[in-house]
Design a protein around this ligand. Structure first.
Ligand SMILES: Cc1cc2nc3c(=O)[nH]c(=O)nc-3n(C[C@H](O)[C@H](O)[C@H](O)COP(=O)(O)OP(=O)(O)OC[C@H]3O[C@@H](n4cnc5c(N)ncnc54)[C@H](O)[C@@H]3O)c2cc1C
Length: 461
């Protein structure tokens, strides 16, 4: 028996159900299909593509150790994938294709089309659930309905998360050498090479393991108190690795088992990740650009190019918002608390459509992941599952005072404010002479809040 294992967002050999199953069945060849035009249509940006290339290089090294050759195919669009995969199966004499599921609608349709083409050609298809701890649809209400609120979802999810569900795949032994030669990793995808942000985000599962181990050894105990402090390195910074599948969520969860508020909180965050993956799988309309709560498709968003550009460039005059947007531009990542603050600022204070923000984040984030990004944006815009109620609008000044009391974060990313302290740092417009060159607030907080409340109330009516 010869199988292909088709890698997508599961770029690891450890705890990878599709790879393990293929190798159990017999001779295994790996394949990765680049779909540049499709990814661009999904808004994937250069930072993410560069990280993908580094992660692929590292995957190739790991596969070489297992003597699993890898082939690279180019399909441009998802619609072309069934044929290129079928051709490879025929060329290599493969009897089966294994892959781990992906849940956004275009990915599900691509996989259905691949299945139909391969089955018609007499090739078996096996879909595994390597991206989540429990498959979507397994944590439902008593009536069998999907949850749309996190807390009951989590309760049910934890009931279903048996020790068996947390068992990692056993370590793999190298197979006997095959006569199939590996292809080199593509040097570029759509003009992007692997160098972007390489020092900040090295690729690969070894780096992911190292980050997880360091986090658990040194920081997890204080995670609950430090995770909302963007000026500290209180969180794991594992999101790029989880989103590209260089490490499994299950492995992170298992590493965090045990007592302690930090461990519990970290596990809860992994369940948030799971929640949004499940929501994406069972509510396809969110993959089509709709508000989760369809009535919020009708919010009277403002079309303000000037304000949108100021937000993207970190020139809103609100230090915490600007620090977040500049951190994003500089390292392709932003702290979670600040993602919420900047997202609420765009959708509430500036009353700009959350889809603009979602698109911008996807274009710049190294960890850009449809489910988490859409979930985070719709939460912040009050249009989604378990969303912040529309009348809860973060005040960017009090948020800064709470999360960044000594200003370490703001001073790092907005250097023109580095000499300010105390209240002046959170509200620099009160002492403009001390911060020359820093813009005045783009909108007054109280005014922006009132306008958002009125606009959302209109939809409610
Ligand atoms: C507007 C907005 C957009 C977001 N876009 C993305 C995105 O594109 N990709 C992405 O991975 N996360 C996204 N998040 C979720 C969250 O901000 C990041 O996962 C987190 O900041 C990553 O940092 P970390 O790895 O240090 O997280 P940690 O605090 O160490 O958490 C561990 C892991 O849990 C998961 N996680 C934590 N919080 C969340 C959450 N709220 N939702 C889903 N998963 C979570 C992540 O996989 C994370 O790596 C977004 C949040 C918001 C508010």
């Amino acid at each position: 028996m010869r199988s292909l294992v088709w890698f997508r967002s599961d770029l690891r050999v450890a705890d990878n159900p599709a790879l393990s199953a293929a190798m159990r069945d017999g001779e295994t060849v790996a394949v990765f299909v680049t779909c540049a035009a499709q990814w661009r249509a999904h808004g994937v940006g250069d930072n993410r593509l560069a990280f993908l290339l580094r992660s692929l290089a590292s995957l190739c090294d790991e596969l070489m150790r297992l003597r699993v050759p890898i082939k690279f195919l180019d399909a441009s669009r998802f619609a072309d994938v069934p044929d290129v995969l079928h051709r490879l199966c025929v060329d290599l004499g493969a009897d089966a294709v294994h892959f781990n599921a992906e849940y956004p609608i275009d990915e599900q349709r691509r996989d259905d089309a691949v299945r139909a083409t391969l089955l018609a050609g007499g090739i078996h298809v096996r879909r595994h659930e390597g991206g989540v701890m429990l498959p979507p649809g397994s944590a439902t209400t008593a009536a069998g309905k999907p949850y749309t609120v996190y807390t009951p979802f989590k309760r049910r999810f934890l009931e279903r998360l048996s020790p068996a569900a947390l068992e990692l795949e056993p370590d793999l032994e190298p197979q006997r050498a095959l006569e199939v030669a590996s292809d080199p990793v593509p040097a570029r995808i759509d003009g992007v090479d692997s160098s972007g942000l390489a020092a900040q985000w090295p690729g690969g599962e070894r780096e992911a393991s190292r980050r997880l181990e360091t986090f658990v050894a040194e920081r997890i105990a204080r995670y609950a108190e430090m995770r909302d402090r963007p000026g500290s390195d209180g969180t794991s910074m594992l999101s790029p690795y989880l989103s590209i599948g260089a490490i499994s969520a299950r492995r992170c969860y298992v590493a965090a088992l045990g007592r302690g508020s930090g461990r519990e909180q970290f596990r809860s965050e992994l369940v948030w990740r799971e929640f949004y993956q499940h929501v994406t799988a069972v509510f396809p309309h969110i993959s089509r650009g709709h508000a989760f709560r369809r009535e919020y498709d009708d919010v009277g968003w403002r079309d303000d190019r000037h304000a949108l550009a100021a937000w993207k460039e970190g020139r809103t005059g609100y230090p915490l918002v600007d620090a977040g947007m500049r951190q994003l531009m500089a390292i392709g990542w932003m702290h979670n608390r600040v993602r919420m603050v900047t997202a609420m600022f765009l959708t509430k204070h500036l009353l700009i459509d959350w889809r603009e923000g979602e698109r911008h984040f996807m274009n710049v984030l190294v960890d850009g992941d449809f489910a988490a990004n859409n979930g985070g944006w719709q939460w912040s815009a009050s249009t989604g599952t378990d969303a912040a109620p529309y009348f809860r609008i973060f005040n960017p000044v009090t948020q800064a005072a709470k999360c960044d009391p000594d200003g370490a974060y703001v001073k790092r990313w907005v250097p023109e404010l580095a000499s300010l302290t105390g209240r002046a740092l959170f509200e620099p417009w009160r002492t403009p002479l001390l911060a020359p060159g820093y813009p005045p607030p783009i909108v007054d907080h109280a005014y922006g809040r009132k306008r958002a409340l009125a606009t959302f109330a209109e939809v409610k009516r």
